[in-house]
Design a protein around this ligand. Structure first.
Ligand SMILES: *Cc1c(COP(=O)(O)O)cnc(C)c1O
Length: 336
């Protein structure tokens, strides 16, 4: 695969750090834990959507778009980063926000919502859960079309095959970086939501025949539908990249025990994971994605899933701005 065949904007001028987590590893007395700091990617406050937007925005510009339209939850990191990319490129940005939890949108909310307003979102359309989101975006695009403007639509999470190329690129980066460090990894753990991140990594690691298993921790869907979605998207991204291989179903593993009562709703294990990473390593996770993903990693470690001496990598996909919209939750029962 030659990813250089694709138009790409650059929003991060370096490889994200690959760091050990010595204090947390010692505290859990399990395998050696490592972290890939994709929370340090470029654009406002970083996070995984930046890698996808490098490919998506390049296509928007090639098509002559003047406005990016996308969709997400009320505290969407993806919406924040799409807006930031739009600003960087001199484009406008309109957002469809889905109230996955009824009544959860507040115009004066902190976190990502504050940043939507600070970066000058042109229009926000709040819709109830279950709305046809593609149709809602198309309505905004049609309005713009009537004014002689041209919109580029980005699906939720930037998770189509083009966006997922960002995580094929991340798999390549990770393998080059581990080779550079002489670091053999045994397992990767990552959040699995709209799926472009998980699917891109599966596709990239499989195409490279890396022999590095990856577990996706679901933040919303149950295991079977999420695995089917990831497998389909991984195959689609490999086909787009021109690979002559498909992904075997066994390469797609989803753990769904950490969703709790639902997407974005707190769990005790999420709160514990956020507190452990903050206090042992000074690393900020988020309540919606990485907190639940880290809870999944910690549960796997405690269950004895990994041998001592194995090295397990958590891909930190970002999201810390959402912390500021969950103050009371993340400070809950904190000692000292
Ligand atoms: C969107 C998001 C994810 C999930 O990535 P997908 O590609 O949608 O599966 C994980 N972590 C954070 C912080 C996110 O914003």
């Amino acid at each position: 695969m030659q990813l250089a065949r694709f138009a790409r904007r650059r929003y991060t001028p370096f490889w994200t750090p690959l760091e050990p987590l010595p204090n947390l590893s010692a505290a859990l007395a399990g395998p050696e834990l490592w972290i890939k700091r994709d929370d340090m990617l470029g654009l406002a406050s970083g996070g995984n959507k930046t890698r996808k937007l490098e490919f998506l925005v390049a296509e928007a510009l090639a098509q002559g778009a003047d406005t990016l339209i996308t969709v997400g939850a009320v505290q969407s990191n993806h919406c924040r980063l799409t807006l930031a990319a739009a600003r960087r490129e001199g484009l406008q940005c309109q957002l469809v926000l889905e109230e996955r939890v009824a009544g959860s949108y507040r115009e004066d909310a902190s976190g990502n919502n504050l940043l939507f307003r600070l970066m000058g979102v042109e229009r926000i359309e709040v819709v109830p859960a279950g709305t046809d989101l593609a149709a809602a975006m198309q309505r905004l695009a049609d309005d713009l079309g009537e004014q002689g403007r041209r919109a580029y639509l980005i699906p939720g999470g930037g998770s189509n095959a083009l966006g997922a190329l960002g995580y094929v690129a991340c798999a390549d980066e990770l393998l080059a970086q581990t080779f550079d460090l002489g670091l053999r990894l045994d397992h990767v753990v990552v959040a699995s939501g709209s799926g472009g991140t998980h699917a891109g990594l599966v596709a990239g690691l499989h195409a490279a025949q890396a022999g590095l298993p990856i577990t996706g921790v679901s933040v919303r869907a149950e295991q079977a539908p999420q695995e089917a979605k990831i497998l389909a998207l991984a195959d689609e991204v490999l086909a787009l990249a021109g690979a002559e291989v498909g992904v075997p179903a066994a390469a797609v593993m989803v753990e769904d025990a950490h969703v709790g009562p639902g997407y974005s709703l707190p769990t005790d294990a999420m709160v514990e994971a956020i507190q452990l990473f903050a206090r042992y390593e000074g690393i900020l996770l988020d309540p919606v994605y990485t907190g639940k993903t880290a809870a999944g990693l910690i549960a796997l470690v405690r269950s004895g899933r990994f041998a001592a001496g194995e090295r397990v990598l958590l891909v930190h996909t970002g999201g810390s701005p959402a912390l500021y919209a969950y103050q009371d939750v993340v400070l809950q029962d904190l000692q000292g």
